[in-house]
Design a protein around this ligand. Structure first.
Ligand code: 13P
Length: 248
C-alpha cells in the first residue's frame, strides 16, 4: 500500500483536440512506469472520448474533472457521471478548490456528485485544502477535517482517493514545507481510519499544489503521501515525466 503511488495530471481548462497528438507519449510514460506507479490524466469534457480512445489498452487512466449530481435532465451546459463513464472515463476529480471558489460548490454538493460518480462506475479523487488565511489562523486541519467529513460519501474506500491541495499553493510556485505536508497527510489518514477502519489505511492521499520536477521527490517521500495531483506541470510531457520518475 505504502509503496503504491498515483501520479495524476489535471489539465483543467487547457487543451484542444490538437493536443491529443502528444498523447502517445503520456501512454508510453504510463507503460514504462514501474508496476506500483500508476499514471492518470483528467482532461476537459471535450477531450474525454478521444483521450480515452487513444489510451485504450494502455496503462494510462483517463478521467473527468467534475460531474453533475443528476444523471440527466434540464441542466444546460452540465455533464453527468454516466456521460463521463460512457465517454471512457474511469474516474473523476470532484471538489477541486477552483470549483469550490468559482462555482460555489459546497461539501454537500461534492458529496452528491461523488454519489452520482460511484453509481455510474467512476472512481473518485476528492480534493480538500485550506486557504492561506485559514492556515495563518491555525485552522488548516479543522477546515480539511470538515471538508473530508462533508464531502466523502458512503463508499467502498477502495474507490476513493483524496487529494490534499492547499489553495494558496495551486499555480503559485509556493508549497508547504515537507513537514507541513506530512502533518496534514497524517491528519487525513487519521480521519480516514476513523471513518473506514483498517480499509482507511489503504486510501491513497495525493499532494497537489505546484508539484514540479524540482520538488516532486521530496514531497512524494513525505509521510502518507501516496502520489501527486499535478496541474501546470502535467500539460507538457517534458515537465510531467520527471514527476512520474520521482515516484518510481
Ligand atoms: P498546479 O500544479 O498548477 O499548482 O495545480 C495543482 C492542482 O490544482 C491540481 O489539481
Amino acid at each position: 500500500m505504502a509503496d503504491r503511488k498515483l501520479i495524476a495530471g489535471n489539465w483543467k481548462m487547457n487543451g484542444t483536440h490538437a493536443d491529443l497528438e502528444r498523447f502517445g507519449a503520456y501512454a508510453e510514460l504510463a507503460a514504462d512506469a514501474p508496476q506500483q506507479v500508476r499514471v492518470a490524466l483528467a482532461v476537459p469534457h471535450t477531450l474525454l472520448f478521444s483521450a480515452a480512445e487513444r489510451a485504450a489498452g494502455s496503462r494510462l487512466g483517463i478521467g473527468g474533472e467534475d460531474c453533475h449530481a443528476n444523471e440527466n435532465g434540464a441542466h444546460t451546459g452540465c455533464v453527468s457521471a454516466p456521460m463521463l463513464h460512457a465517454a471512457g472515463a474511469s474516474f473523476t476529480i470532484l471538489g477541486h478548490s477552483e470549483r469550490r471558489a468559482d462555482q460555489g460548490e459546497t461539501d454537500a454538493d461534492v458529496k452528491a456528485k461523488a454519489e452520482a460518480a460511484l453509481r455510474a462506475g467512476l472512481d473518485l479523487i476528492i480534493c480538500v485544502g485550506e486557504t492561506e488565511a485559514e492556515r495563518d489562523a491555525g485552522d488548516a486541519e479543522s477546515v480539511v477535517g470538515r471538508q473530508l467529513a462533508g464531502s466523502i460519501p458512503e463508499c467502498n474506500p477502495a474507490r476513493l482517493t483524496i487529494a490534499y491541495e492547499p489553495v494558496w499553493a495551486i499555480g503559485t510556485g509556493r508549497t508547504p514545507t515537507v513537514e507541513d505536508v506530512a502533518a496534514m497527510h497524517d491528519h487525513i489518514r487519521s480521519a480516514l481510519a476513523a471513518r473506514f477502519g483498517e480499509a482507511g489505511q489503504g486510501v491513497l492521499i495525493l499532494y497537489g499544489g505546484s508539484v514540479k520536477a524540482s520538488n516532486a521527490a521530496e514531497l512524494l517521500s513525505a509521510s502518507n503521501v501516496g502520489g501527486a495531483l499535478v496541474g501546470g506541470a502535467s500539460l507538457k510531457i517534458e515537465d510531467f515525466r520527471p514527476i512520474v520518475e520521482a515516484a518510481a
